[in-house]
Design a protein around this ligand. Structure first.
Ligand code: BDR
Ligand code: CA
Length: 322
């Protein structure tokens, strides 16, 4: 059983990721915390509540976190892919939430869930890393309670929001640097290089639509998102970035990783928010500098892509039969 907290900014792909975790019989979803990102915090929080409501999981506490990055303002949100409501203009396909977010706040909720946990907990951040940076800074004694962070973010080759940066890391590079470079909690980073390779096509979307009530609702969120990604992919389909990370969080080892020294570009040049992975050959590395374990992260490089696409669907279908 994976004990899991999701930190998220829903987001169409976040919605799919949350549904998979909420319906997973092998996952104890302890909480969902929200952060600004694709759209402002009030909308990401409401979307998280709606998604859990649709999945019949109003037992999972939701708490709102950071409304802005740690230091510098986010230059723009991601309404191109996710629409003004965060769910491609279709938030009202999902039920109205029957409850509010809890008063503790995201970091307070994560801290109390970790305090109470008898076994280590996986946290899967699938939005900007602001809440996680604050958690690690404010509650260092709870770090041993974190089994690992399974993070969707970054790009090794090129980006999506700028030529070099991926949206989640770019939205708060200082927080990403704190989490991925300065801290020593085990991390798996699932970059967009891999999530793009796991993109799903319209046949997959049709299977999703006929998989049951949750699949049908998730499919209804996607027409504009698919239009956006069809331009990026060059074929009709969409990239479910966050859901790829959630599958790894639920089933460790789904993704093939490589341990790489990372840094995050926090300057204000054209590479702000880029992930700098040290992929030099060993003989080229000055071992006083880069062979050090600090700043090493397990970066997801590969997976059985056909299997992963099937697992994403099964995660939504299986529970519908229950
Ligand atoms: C990431 O940014 C958001 O648009 C998605 O939800 C995902 O978390 C991809 O770059
Ligand atoms: Ca996201």
């Amino acid at each position: 059983m994976t004990r899991l907290i999701i930190d998220t900014d829903p987001g169409v792909d976040d919605a799919i990721a949350i549904a998979i975790a909420a319906l997973s019989p092998s996952t104890d979803l302890l909480g969902v915390t929200t952060v600004f990102g694709n759209v402002p915090l009030a909308k990401t929080t409401r979307n998280a509540l709606r998604i859990l409501e649709m999945c019949g999981r109003d037992d999972v506490p939701v708490a709102a976190g950071a409304a802005m990055p740690l230091v510098h303002p986010q230059a723009r949100q991601d309404s191109t892919a996710h629409g003004d409501d965060g769910l491609s203009g279709h938030a009202d396909v999902l039920p109205e939430p029957s409850r509010d977010a809890v008063a503790d706040g995201a970091v307070g909720l994560m801290a109390s869930l970790l305090e109470q946990a008898e076994e280590p907990v996986t946290i899967s951040p699938i939005g900007p890393l602001t809440n996680i940076a604050v958690l690690l800074a404010a509650y260092p004694h709870l770090k041993p309670k974190i089994e690992r962070l399974v993070i969707m973010g970054g790009a090794l080759e090129g980006g999506n929001v700028t030529a070099r940066a991926e949206f989640n890391v770019w939205s708060d590079p200082e927080a990403a640097r704190r989490v991925l470079v300065t801290e020593d909690v085990p991390c798996v980073l699932v970059p967009m290089d891999l999530t793009y390779r796991c993109a799903v096509d319209t046949d997959w979307l049709e299977l999703l639509a006929t998989s049951g009530r949750v699949g049908e609702a998730l499919r209804a969120l996607t027409p504009e998102y698919v239009r956006h990604y069809t331009r990026a992919l060059g074929w009709p389909g969409m990239v479910v970035h966050d859901a790829v990370a959630i599958v790894e969080a639920i089933t460790p080892g789904t993704l093939v990783t490589e341990s790489l020294p990372l840094d995050i570009e926090c300057s204000f040049g054209p590479s702000r928010g880029a992930v700098i992975a040290d992929r030099r050959r060993r003989e080229q590395i000055d071992d006083t500098v880069a062979l050090d374990e600090a700043g090493r992260v397990d970066v997801a490089m590969d997976t059985d892509i056909a299997r992963l696409r099937a697992v994403l669907l099964e995660g939504i279908e299986e529970k519908m039969e229950a």
